[in-house]
Design a protein around this ligand. Sequence first.
Ligand code: FAD
Length: 467
Amino acid sequence: SYAGVWFRGDVRLAANPAVAAASEVNSTERAIPALLLLCPEQMREHDWAPIKWDLLRRHLHEFVKDAAEHGIALSIEVIDSWANAAKAVKRFSQEHELTELHFNAEYPVHEQRRDLAVKAVLEDHDIAVHQHHGSLVVPPVITTQAGSMYQKFTPFAKAWREYVSEKGLPSIAALPQRQSVQVATIPEIDYPQRDSSAWDVGEAAAREALHRYLAENVDGYAAERDMPGLDTTSRLSPYWELGILSPWQAIHLMAQQSPNFPAGLDKGADTWLNELIWREFYLHLMQHVPRLSYGKAFLKHTDAMQWRNNEAEFDAWCRGETGYPIVDAGMRQLAAEGWMHNRVRMIVAHFLVKDLMIDWRWGERFFMQHLIDGSFAANNGGWQWSASTGTDAAPYFRVFNPTLQSEKVDPDGSYIRKWVKQLKDCPAKQIHAPTAWLKQRGRDDYPAPIVNHKQARERFLTAFKAL
Ligand code: FAD
């Protein structure tokens, strides 16, 4: 037997079951052939943010060296269409005379179809295909007693924890020593790039960031995670999304803190674990609810919603000029950093969908085009949760009041001041609704609110109730 690996959204060697399985098959005298396909057309279709591509591009410079050192003979190929993926994988497998190919599953419908096509083609040529679940701790197998997918997060999280208690942690073994091979060439591709250098790259650096976060910062997570001004969340999201880190690594570290893992963690770590479970929940949804991959609402009846879709208002939201400082601060952080704090993501999403009554898909797309951690599953889940078309356990009449949210999550206004320069001298008391303060100073460099929240709320509720 001779095994190869196809890397996709799992650009790492550690805690990668596809790599581990191939490594077990091949004797240590032989290299492990591996393939990574880049497809600019597909990236455009999936709205890859230029900053996300830049992070992957920079990471690849480390990854090719790591792979070579571990005897993984990587080829990086550019293909002009995903429709040609099966052909490229077949050619690669035949060239290396593989008898089996390993990869980690991806869950949206089109990726699953692609993988089925690859499997069919390879099996026709007597090459076995093995799919692993390396980007999830719990594979998408858990269902309710009635056999269906969990529709709500809380029972899902309970089942997730029970599964891990019963089955234990997935095992992470170090790769055996192999002779090093030649370092792969990274082909140039035609895709816009945006500087991602504020983020470290390479598996070692990402692992180090994870270690540091769990050792030094996670304790305060439960109390501070909703305060964007404190900025104390892990900022690890791009690493899970590109598969530079595996959630397996996170839970192994957490399990060292509690012998009864997943029970028995301190409050900070337990709350943080819950967020990793949210990530898994949305990936499971992708697998179980195919219509999500077609841009449809999770709650079918909400697809009938008549959105206002006012383009000028959408532009104001995108530019961070809605006159609601917390919303504008979030959108300006996204423009500047390619990342936004989770609480603010929820606030800006609520605002777009409920106050402006703009289709959540417009916001979902804009986020993907700008986020360094843009994830189809988490982004779609987050938008639908906020739009009340998804899995939020609260009813649709929960409409965030952007001013009250602002007072609550940014009480001293430090987050707003950081991102909305026009308000950098505005006192905390006025900063959440600064129109009067600006007027007193004869200033017109920051807009008045583009909607009246109270009226907008009524307008949304009337439309949504009619569904
Ligand atoms: P931490 O607070 O340190 O959390 C740890 C990890 O848990 C994160 O890195 C992330 O992988 C996961 N996580 C945390 N919150 C969530 C959540 N609500 N849903 C799913 N996973 C979560 N996350 C993305 O990774 N990509 C996206 O494209 C994305 N789009 C979003 C859009 C909207 C409208 C909303 C409301 C949320 C979105 N999220 C998305 C979830 C969340 O905002 C980010 O994962 C989080 O802000 C990343 O920062 P962090 O790494 O510091 O998170």
